[in-house]
Design a protein around this ligand. Structure first.
Ligand code: UD1
Ligand code: UDP
Length: 365
């Protein structure tokens, strides 16, 4: 029986790894071992509960307002201890967080083959997004299997000299989870006024901390002031660099609701109800097009160009005037809205996890 360690740390990793873990559990040739670093605590636990997944190891790493070096150092040491004691046949992690980069490095130090899920995303700018682009590059050069979601991510890896033999285009596992959870039709208990057009906002990126996030807040207030038939819902990320400013700048407006991060099921139901989505999230850029919702991305670049090329996602930057202009166009121009509100799914077909499991089986037995 082979032993594959799956490492997850944050909310999006849990959402995107859950279908892989569940698919591995159904196989007779492998025993998946789950390590939760708990780089996120509450937001990770929300997802584990939804998918009924219990970690075999929980490093309980999160501390309030943690720093990148402290977290990285802690995870490297703790992962190495577990790898040394259980000697897995392979290690898997997903995405571009500190957990993923530390897992790839800890695997490399123990000479364990590492599989990178959602491989090959790049902006080409090491500082943007920070520190995720560097995490992807480091992780990509340590991986044995690169599970790329799209052809464009495959091509990014080939340009960096990664061997074609080690890259597999599988689709993104986020669509596996989205389809699974969307069909469960879990309703949100969040109270948003009926009869208003709902704008859903999420924002948490480190490169937007400070001035850029203030700009986003000013644009949001302006939109709420200008359109009485609109309501804005913002489930606020618990990072103190975001939460404190969000509540200070936005909590007193009658057409803006702030709430805690929503569980994944209710969040999908709110995405379905939304008229427009404003976000700097990676996962939301992948999910919303599949639900036919226009997304304005609060960043100046994206590592997910496919939906932008389809015309259903648009980059507006954390720039007040751009955000206001593009939201106004979508609210006032039905043609412009219809062109962006098309259901397309460039990131997957819901079968990425089974492809990944088949490739691992072929390689390992
Ligand atoms: C992290 C990832 C980012 C990813 C995001 C998803 C890194 C460097 N950043 O950013 O790539 O897009 O997760 O959401 O890996 N906190 C809580 N409870 C939680 C989660 C976070 O209180 O459940 C607070 C804590 O104070 C914590 C802080 O948020 O110290 C920052 O968490 P961290 O994981 O370091 O950064 P994120 O901004 O969440
Ligand atoms: N999400 C959620 N509840 C929320 C906001 C987002 O479940 O209140 C989900 C969202 O559907 C997506 C994932 O969390 O699957 C994205 O996480 P996040 O934006 O924190 O990270 P990123 O994708 O930018 O790394």
């Amino acid at each position: 029986m082979k032993k594959i360690v799956c490492v997850i740390g944050t909310r999006p990793e849990a959402i995107k790894m859950a279908p892989v873990i569940l698919a591995l559990k159904k196989e007779t040739w492998v025993k998946p071992v789950l390590i939760a670093t708990a780089q996120h605590r509450q937001m990770l636990d929300q997802v584990l509960k939804l998918f009924n997944i219990v970690p075999d190891y929980d490093l309980n790493a999160m501390t309030p307002n943690q720093t990148l070096p402290t977290l990285t150092a802690k995870l490297l040491v703790q992962l190495d201890e577990i790898f040394s004691s259980i000697s897995p046949d392979a290690v898997l992690a997903q995405g571009d967080t500190t957990t993923v980069m530390a897992t790839a490095l800890a695997s490399f130090y123990r000479k364990l083959p590492f599989g990178h899920i959602e491989a090959g995303l790049r902006t080409g700018d090491l500082m943007n997004p920070f520190p995720e682009e560097a995490n992807r590059v480091i992780t990509g050069h340590l991986a044995r299997w690169h599970f790329a979601p799209t052809m464009s991510s495959l091509n990014n890896l080939l340009r960096e000299g990664i061997s074609r033999d080690n890259v597999y285009v599988t689709g993104n596992t986020v669509i596996d989870s989205l389809l699974d959870v969307a069909k469960r039709e879990i309703e949100s208990s969040i109270d948003v006024p009926i009869g208003k057009r709902l704008i859903l906002l999420t924002s948490h990126r480190r490169e937007n901390f400070g001035g850029p996030f203030q700009e986003i807040c000013k644009a949001i207030r302006f939109i709420a002031d200008s359109y009485s038939d609109v309501h804005i819902l913002y489930p606020v990320h618990p990072n103190p660099n975001i939460k404190e400013i969000a509540y200070r700048e936005l909590s007193d407006h009658e057409r803006i609701s702030l709430c805690e991060p929503l569980e994944y099921g209710p969040f999908i139901s709110i995405m379905k109800r939304a008229y427009i989505i404003l976000s700097d999230s990676g996962g939301v850029q992948e999910e919303a097009p599949a639900l036919g919702k226009p997304v304005l991305v609060l960043r100046s670049e994206t590592e997910r160009p496919e939906a932008v090329e389809e015309g259903v996602v648009r980059l507006v930057g954390p720039i007040r005037d751009n955000i206001i202009k593009e939201v106004s166009t979508l609210l006032e121009d039905k043609g412009a809205y219809g062109a962006m509100a098309r259901g397309v799914s460039p990131y997957g077909d819901g079968k990425a996890s089974s492809r990944i499991v088949d490739i691992l089986k072929y390689s390992l037995i």
